[in-house]
Design a protein around this ligand. Structure first.
Ligand code: ADP
Length: 495
């Protein structure tokens, strides 16, 4: 470990991680001097006190972003590339520090945090490469009387609100494309996991970030701090990842200021297993789709729909694997399932499981809290979950498998689409034509076909229906931070 975290005898402490607000290139205290505690969910102990921004602090951050906007937009794309690429390198140099920090504040096993470092860094590399490839258009108008030039301009200062479940990747997938496009940014990370974003800002600073181009405000009062920023006409873009109710409330505020918006909201992912699936591979993939990130992912498989002919075998094989999961602190060797983020998350998992059982589901394994310090819930499998159970309509965000059986492809698709959400679906089948039919009929922004994880900076991540607006990653990701300017000129050959 270098300058971020130290792990000795299983005790983790945070050294050298900034705990202030990052405004206009410098670290500062909150204007009221307030701080709030950040806790390790695996023990409940306080690991840091972080500055608790007021609305004035957020406005100072916006002032800095606005002041920096024109110069940043005018920097050569290669300069923007260099900054993102240097930060990508620094993230990798500090991979162990960042991984330990994420495990400490969020709880997931260290191996998964290391995976997030690689994944999260990739948004910096991908969008550094996109920075130098921003396109435009030149063409003759259909009438032949003129020429149109379409150029791309950065949309302007961005406000980015991120959740706690992927503390690094959710920040880089917004900051990466924004900076690449020439936009300046104010980021408001979740108060449960602010330290990773603060450390990322420090790495940007070390990589040569100009003042004001990236600012970070941490706060326990997200609403009061965000409202004046969202109402300020100098702000031009809101990008949010979080729950659908909060996203919907933010969209209403954004409407008043006619902000360009990107919304990554809740999911309720179906996972379909067909009779013709390769059982072992389907189980491997399902374990990833369900238990990655302790189940706390908007992409987590929420509703398992298993065809009748394979259901008993799938349920038994999956349960055997679930019972092998080792619950513990993310920093402990061999841990494959960490704590949930907080007591509320444990209560929610318990409530959903109890409701499903009361409505007739079979509890196959788990189904209880774990009696140890920290906020743990046992890895759980429910089979024969009945229609109308809350678990089928609610994002679980925990280590609970909910299995419902279906007979025909049509029935499986109907069940899968029976939700207001449409972020991701998973399906296991060895029939390629069926896979194509699913791709065309499932109401989803993403489909994992015979695989358990789809996230990749190179491809468009996002949902349909109540799961959101816009895409992150791929060449589409940078478009979210650009706007087109169309210029018409007369036919240069006309006299
Ligand atoms: P979760 O339930 O996963 O915590 P939320 O949607 O509540 O998801 O939170 C996601 C992010 O949105 C966090 O950074 C949180 O602080 C922020 N947030 C929550 N409520 C508001 C609000 N009213 N205005 C602005 N940001 C908010």
């Amino acid at each position: 470990m270098s300058d971020t975290t130290t792990v000795s005898d299983g005790v983790v402490t945070v050294d050298g991680v900034p705990t202030g607000l990052f405004v206009d290139g410098d670290w500062r205290q909150a204007s009221g001097g307030g701080t709030f505690p950040v806790r390790d969910p695996s023990t409940g102990t306080v690991i840091a006190e972080v500055a608790d921004a007021t609305a004035d602090d957020a406005m100072a951050a916006l002032d800095a972003a606005v002041a920096a906007q024109d110069d940043w937009a005018a920097t050569p794309p290669r300069t923007r590339y260099d900054l993102l690429r240097r930060t990508f390198d620094l993230v990798h140099e500090h991979a162990d520090d960042l991984a330990a920090l994420m495990t400490l504040e969020m709880g997931k096993p260290l191996a998964e945090s290391r995976g997030e470092v690689v994944y999260g860094a990739e948004f910096l590399r991908w969008f550094s490469e996109e920075a130098v490839r921003i396109g435009g258009d030149y063409r003759t108008n259909p009438e032949g009387t003129g020429r149109a030039i379409v150029l791309k301009r950065p949309v302007g200062p961005v406000y980015a609100i991120t959740p706690w479940n992927f503390p690094l990747a959710m920040a880089t997938r917004k900051i990466g494309p924004a900076l690449a496009a020439g936009c300046t940014v104010v980021v408001k990370p979740a108060d449960l996991t602010p330290l990773t974003t603060l450390f990322l800002a420090e790495l940007f600073r070390r990589a040569g970030l100009p003042h004001g181009v990236l600012n970070v405000v941490t706060t326990t009062d997200a609403k009061a701090v965000s409202e004046p920023v969202l109402a300020d006409p100098r702000l031009r873009k809101l990008t949010f990842t979080g729950s659908t109710p909060v996203g919907s409330a933010l969209l209403k505020q954004a409407a008043d200021n006619v902000l360009k918006t990107s919304m990554e909201l809740g999911g309720n992912a179906p996972l379909l297993v067909f009779d013709d699936a390769d059982l072992d591979r389907a189980v491997d993939a399902a374990m990833l789709a369900k238990f990655r990130n302790v189940g706390e992912a908007c992409t987590a498989a929420n509703r398992f729909f298993v065809q009748e002919g394979i259901a008993d075998a799938f349920s038994a094989a999956l349960t055997a694997r679930v019972e092998e999961l080792r619950i513990g602190r993310g920093t402990e060797d061999g841990t494959t399932l960490g704590p949930l983020i907080d007591e509320r998350a444990v209560d929610k998992a318990a409530r959903l499981v109890d409701d499903a059982v009361e409505r007739g589901a079979r509890l196959v394994t788990g189904g209880h809290r774990i009696d140890r310090p920290g906020t743990y819930y046992a890895a759980t499998v429910l089979d024969d979950v009945q229609p109308g159970s809350d678990i089928l309509s609610t994002e679980i965000f925990g280590p609970v498998v909910s299995i419902t059986r279906f007979a025909t492809e049509d029935e499986g698709i109907r069940m899968a689409n029976d939700t207001e959400f449409g972020l991701i679906a998973y399906a296991y089948t060895s029939d390629f034509a069926r896979g194509q039919r699913l791709a065309e009929r499932l109401e989803t922004g993403m489909l994992g076909l015979n695989t358990g994880v789809v996230s990749n900076a190179a491809f468009p991540f996002g949902g349909v229906k109540a799961s959101g607006l816009g895409r992150e990653g791929s060449h589409e990701g940078i478009e979210e931070y650009l706007e087109s300017v169309y210029v018409l000129t007369p036919d240069p050959f006309a006299g």
